[in-house]
Each structure stands twice: as C-alpha cells, then as structure tokens.
Design a protein around this ligand. Structure first.
Ligand code: HAM
Length: 420
C-alpha cells in the first residue's frame, strides 16, 4: 500500500468490477444514440456563477456542496456538481440552437463532484450519464426521455425501480402556489434554518426528511391543485403518452427536486433495494434555465442517471451482467525463440479482434499456465522449441484440458473456429 488513500467520499474503479461500470454507461447511452442524441463533452469545471445562477443560490448543491477554487489568474471556478447547466452553456456558446433544428438533443457521460456527507450510494465524486433536449416544448419529448431511461434500466435487467412523476407548474401558476405554501408553512413550529428556507425556497421544505417536520406538513397545499390549465393539459399529455407505452409511473405531488431550475414535468427513478439513497436517476423540464444564464428562451427537458447507484441497484437485484471475457486467448511461450514467435501471434490475434494476452515477465511454464487460468481465457496457445521446428503451436482448451497441435500460420483461423 502507498502512503496515500483515495480522498474521503471517493473510490476507485478496479478490474474486474470496473467492467460493470463501463457496461452500465454503455447500456444507458445505447437508447439515446438510437434516438437522435449527439455526444457532448464539457470541461470538468466551469465559472462558479454558472451553477449559482443555474442550479440556484439557495440549493444545498450551491450553498454547501460545491468544490470551488480561485485560479492563479483570479478566476472563480467550481468542479461541476451536475451536467445540465454546463451542457446548456456549451450549446448556447456553439449556437446549436440557431442551426434551425430544434430540439438540440445531446447526451453526456462523466464525473461530477459534490461535497456531501459520504455514505453508501452517496459520494463526493460520482458518475452520471445524462441527456438534454434543448429548445422544444412538447410533452412527447418529456415522455421520450422518461421512456429512454426506463428502457435503459430494463435492458440491464433491472425490475425493482419505480418512476415518480410530478409537475412543478410554470411562471404563470407557481408564484400563487408558492405564496399559499408560504402562508401555510409560516404557521408551523419550525427551526430557524427551515424558517429561512420558507422565505427563499418554500417548496424545498416539503422535501424535509425529518419526521417532526413531515408530521406538520399533512394538509399542506399541493401544487397539483394550483396548476394552471396549460400546465395541467401538458402534464396530462405526458401521463397519457407514458401510459400508452406501458411505462408505469406513480404520481408524486410531493416530488421536489434538489435543483431550482425545474418547471412543469419532474421525475425521479427510485430503486427499492438501495436504502436511503434510493434515487438512481432524475430530471425534468427546465424552461427558464437558458434565460437564467443569459440565453434566449429555450424550453428544455433532460435527465441524468447515476452510474454508481445503478451498479448498486444491479447488485441489490443480484443481476450479473453478461460481459464479454476480458481475455479469450492466453499465449504461453516455452523458451526465448517461442517468445518471439508467439509475440507475433498475439499481435495477429488481437488485430483479428480476439482478446488475447501474453505471459510476460519470463515466467516458467507452471506460473505461465497459472496466469492463463487466472485470466479467464478459454484457450491457451502454447509453443516450445519442438513445436516451432514442426511449424505448429499447441491449442489448449483451458476448460476441458484437451490439447491439439495447429499449424502456426493457421492459428487465427483455428482460434476463431474454437471460439465460435
Ligand atoms: P440529480 O438528481 O442531482 O440531477 O442527480 C442525478 C442522479 O445522479 C441521482 O439520481 C443519483 O443517482 C446521482 N447522484 C447525485 N448525487 C450523487 C452522489 N453524491 N453520489 C452518487 N450519486 C449521485 C441532476 O444532476 C440533474 N442535472 C439532472 C437533469 C438533467 N435534470 C435535467 N436534465
């Protein structure tokens, strides 16, 4: 062990477990790639103001959880705590919205940073795959995104997740609701911090997990009762489209997300095997965000799914992904001459697309065969001096132990035939 450890709240992805993370990322991205979403990559840090304005000055993410830094040049930056503000910033900067084809559909995958209290499923460095559809107000787009996330989870074999759905209203109807909620909350017996929150962001109080608070919230005004006709109609259409596709969801009038930019459709994917950190993904519509960061009006919708928690969900359901073997063939040379020849054979197999590894480090035959077995390979290609004199190598099936000579210049074909 070295003197150093991974920082608190972080962990390393190590083989073989890391393969599942890659597979989860691929599985989430696959339906997006089939649905017109183009890949976008943005820097790991941004001007801190982008998140302050975008995610919201009063959110936990901005007030408590951002990793901020001042550069030597005096710039105030923050490690990105989420992807939506960055992706929208990048789309605006590249004028993608002016190219005429709205919505602009983008997907991304990467690392995010939040200074949270670490626990299982909650880390300071975590990984998301996300999707944003920018510049269109269409319930079919909201439904499309929810269906794509649903399909991604299903393709991984997950069953025990639920979709919580809500509408947070818009600039027309939310202010009146906010005022009604504030009136209700001000009459309750709450601590100072929570009282402050009532004035800044009363909807977040509904999300308070403490039982003493939740008890008092019974009878609180519900946003669903205050939605304007347009928001109601919009939400009804999202619900109808999901139902028509057979995607089950639960109406959750109390669903308030931890970011301030949401309007209308909001949703969360929760998994029942994960304990308190049960949200495996979430998202919604953010019709005002572009204007909040200095852009034109661009109604948009998106989500991000947590890769770490999705892997935990797979474990909770006991799902083993069907991953291709890291190594199919392992080459074992017996002697210096064989080393040179098999080194070339290994390169040829790899070029032919066969996952192949080699006994490096001048191992003796016993240690080399052990390495071959440990690699998980199905076949070993073994050669000694006598084999080379005869122009053959030995192809050994590592499961059955059966060994047959094959011509040196026919190894690739023979291996392919064996692996099917
Ligand atoms: P979020 O709900 O903050 O949304 O994060 C999305 C997902 O990222 C969560 O459901 C969770 O799986 C994962 N996640 C968040 N924080 C952590 C953590 N500390 N440790 C492990 N996993 C975590 C957003 O980030 C929005 N940008 C989603 C969005 C996209 N909305 C519209 N477009």
């Amino acid at each position: 062990m070295s003197t150093f450890k991974a920082p608190r709240g972080t962990y390393d992805l190590i083989p073989p477990a890391s393969a599942a993370y890659l597979a989860v990322r691929d599985a989430i991205a696959a339906p997006l790639k089939r649905s017109g979403y183009g890949y976008v990559e943005t820097p790991g840090f941004e001007n801190v103001e982008l998140f302050a304005r975008g995610v919201g000055e009063s959110t936990d993410i901005v007030t408590k959880e951002m990793y901020t830094l001042t550069t030597k040049g005096g710039d105030q930056l923050a490690l990105r705590p989420e992807g939506t503000a960055s992706v929208l910033r990048a789309a605006l900067e590249a004028n993608l919205h002016k190219a005429g084809n709205l919505p602009v559909k983008l997907w991304y995958s990467g690392s995010y940073y939040r200074y949270e209290r670490p626990q299982k499923g909650r880390y300071r460095h975590f990984s998301q795959v996300g999707a944003e559809a920018i510049g269109a107000e269409d319930p079919a787009l909201d439904a499309e995104l929810i269906i794509l996330a649903h399909d991604a989870y299903r393709s991984l074999g997950l069953r025990n997740f639920r979709i919580l759905l809500n509408s947070l209203g818009d600039a027309a109807c939310r202010p009146a609701y906010r005022a009604a909620l504030q009136d209700f909350l001000r009459a309750l017996d709450l601590d100072e911090d929570t009282r402050r929150r009532i004035e800044i962001n009363p909807l977040r109080v509904l999300d308070d997990k403490r039982e003493a608070v939740q008890k008092q919230l019974v009878g609180a005004p519900v946003l669903g009762d205050h939605l304007c006709e347009e928001c109601k109609r919009y939400h009804e259409q999202v619900r109808e489209l999901l139902t028509a596709e057979g995607v089950a969801f639960e109406d959750d009038p109390k669903l308030v997300r931890g970011l301030d930019y949401y309007t209308r459709t909001t949703f969360e994917f929760v998994h029942d095997g994960l304990g308190s950190q049960s949200a495996v993904g979430g998202g919604g519509r953010y019709d005002g965000l572009s204007e909040m960061i200095g852009g034109p009006a661009l109604p948009s919708v998106g989500w991000a799914l947590g890769v770490d928690r999705t892997v935990l969900a797979l474990e909770a359901e006991g799902i083993e992904l069907d991953l291709p073997p890291a190594t199919s063939v392992f080459a074992v040379p017996l002697g210096e001459e064989a080393r040179k020849v098999l080194f070339g054979t290994v390169a040829a197999l790899r070029r032919a697309g066969v996952a192949t590894d080699f006994a490096y480090g001048g191992k003796g035959v016993k240690a080399a065969m052990k390495a071959a077995n440990r690699s998980g390979a199905r076949l070993a290609v073994i050669a000694g001096e006598r084999d080379l004199e005869e122009g053959v190598v030995q192809l050994k099936d590592l499961e059955s132990g059966e060994q047959t000579p094959v011509p040196l210049d026919g190894v690739v074909e023979a291996v392919r035939a064996r692996l099917g």
